[in-house]
Design a binder for this molecule. Structure first.
Ligand SMILES: [Zn+2]
Length: 400
């Protein structure tokens, strides 16, 4: 199976078989929930060190290399092997790596069906209906309101695992036609790395994400992937730059894993539409990203812990505030459920929810509840409403 992962797009059955086999070989495998069509969402955990790294893969069903990469990584780890220059047992000595190989298993199954009918690598074959879940929702736009079964399940795991680092693994699509053209002009690239902490994260977390991004980019070159042209990007809305003051579109928050106390790196390879074309490169690149992130954690474990605890203490030192959410009992109950999914502590009475700050998720509470929070104020100016009162039709009062 191990070698096959470099060349073959997997069906859901083959994927499940591989996961079961890895479990028997000694990986910690857990079913963290189920998709709309009742397929298991697995988590594979390796190592038991203090630094927690979470790799979320295949949120989009038509991005197959990410799934294969986690399985490939696991086989090599269990065999005490290496990926590129990284000896995996050593690299994972100080960390626990949790991997979700298929966050959207219904999308995976749909992709395999379409791919089997038409395996030709072509940019005209993006199989967009496999990108989304069984209800047609793009799960990577659902991180804020968590309306789907899959995002809820992932989020519960996230709150339990509390990662120091999140790797958000994707593949991308551009151009069109057959055969696929190698990107060559100035603006084209084959790997993109995006430093993804959004607007209001701690400066320590921003710095950590940036360092990790640069480190992984460097590693791709050292490992002989210079011919896969890498682009470094920052998520600050529609503009480039690490510290630029911009108003980000409302949808933007929904496209980030909303857990502020972790560094995040979005890793993408040129792959949607390619089927199994160049799969071994695409799989290896994603596996290298995990391996070098683990190595980074091995070398920088103290600095990482320090940055995360600084971020948490900033939330815990937020000024005292109280939010009261009132409205129709059903709407108020929905708001309570959402706050709890985001791990925001609240108390609930029949038709109201009370949220007290400070707490460990102060920033997330402000994003959801406070229209006067700097970011929300800017969004409201631009008429991009997204605080809870608009979406759930509730009334929010703030007491300082
Ligand atoms: Zn994607």
């Amino acid at each position: 199976m191990r070698k096959t992962l470099l060349f073959k797009v997997l069906s859901y059955e083959e994927y499940s078989k591989a996961v079961a086999e890895l479990g028997k070989m000694g990986a910690q495998v857990e079913e963290i929930g189920f998709s709309l069509e009742n397929r298991a969402i697995h988590c594979i955990k390796l190592g038991d060190g203090d630094i927690r790294i979470l790799a979320i893969c295949r949120l989009h069903g038509n991005e197959p290399a990410t799934t294969n990469a986690t399985l490939y990584f696991t086989y090599l780890y269990l065999d005490e092997g290496r990926i590129g220059g990284v000896p995996l047992k050593l690299a994972l000595e100080k960390c626990t790596v949790a991997m979700i190989p298929a966050a959207n298993p219904d999308g995976l199954a749909e992709y395999f069906k379409l791919y089997s009918k038409n395996p030709k690598p072509s940019w005209e074959n993006p199989f967009t209906q496999a990108r989304v879940n069984a209800r047609g929702v793009d799960l990577n736009r659902d991180w804020l309101y968590l309306t789907q079964k899959e995002t809820r399940c992932l989020h519960k795991f996230l709150n339990r695992f509390k990662p120091h680092i999140v790797l958000d693994m994707h593949e991308f699509y551009f151009k069109g036609g057959y055969p696929p053209q190698w990107p060559d002009s100035q603006d084209e690239f084959m790997i993109s790395l995006t430093d993804t902490p959004y607007f209001m994260v701690s400066p320590t977390i921003k710095k950590l994400s940036l360092n990790l991004m640069q480190r992984v980019a460097e590693a791709f070159k050292e490992e002989g992937y210079s011919h896969w042209k890498t682009r470094l990007r920052w998520f600050v809305g529609e503009e480039k730059g690490a510290d630029r003051e911009v108003v980000i579109p409302a949808i933007f928050l929904g496209s980030h894993v909303p857990y502020e106390h972790s560094a995040k790196l979005l890793v993408e390879t040129w792959g949607v539409g390619l089927g199994d074309y160049l799969l071994s490169d695409r799989v290896t690149i994603h596996a290298l990203a995990i391996a070098h992130t683990a190595l980074y954690a091995y070398e920088q474990s103290e600095a990482i812990k320090e940055a995360v605890s600084q971020s948490i203490s900033e939330d815990l030192n937020h000024p005292s505030e109280l939010f009261r959410v009132k409205g129709h009992p059903k709407a108020v109950a929905d708001v309570r459920d959402l706050l709890e999914l985001h791990d925001i502590k609240c108390s609930y009475l029949k038709d109201e929810v009370l949220v007290k700050l400070p707490q460990e998720r102060s920033r997330m509470a402000l994003i959801l509840l406070d229209q006067n929070y700097e970011l929300n104020r800017k969004l409201i100016e631009k008429r991009k409403f997204y605080t809870l009162n608009y979406v759930y039709n509730v009334h929010i009062t703030k007491y300082s």
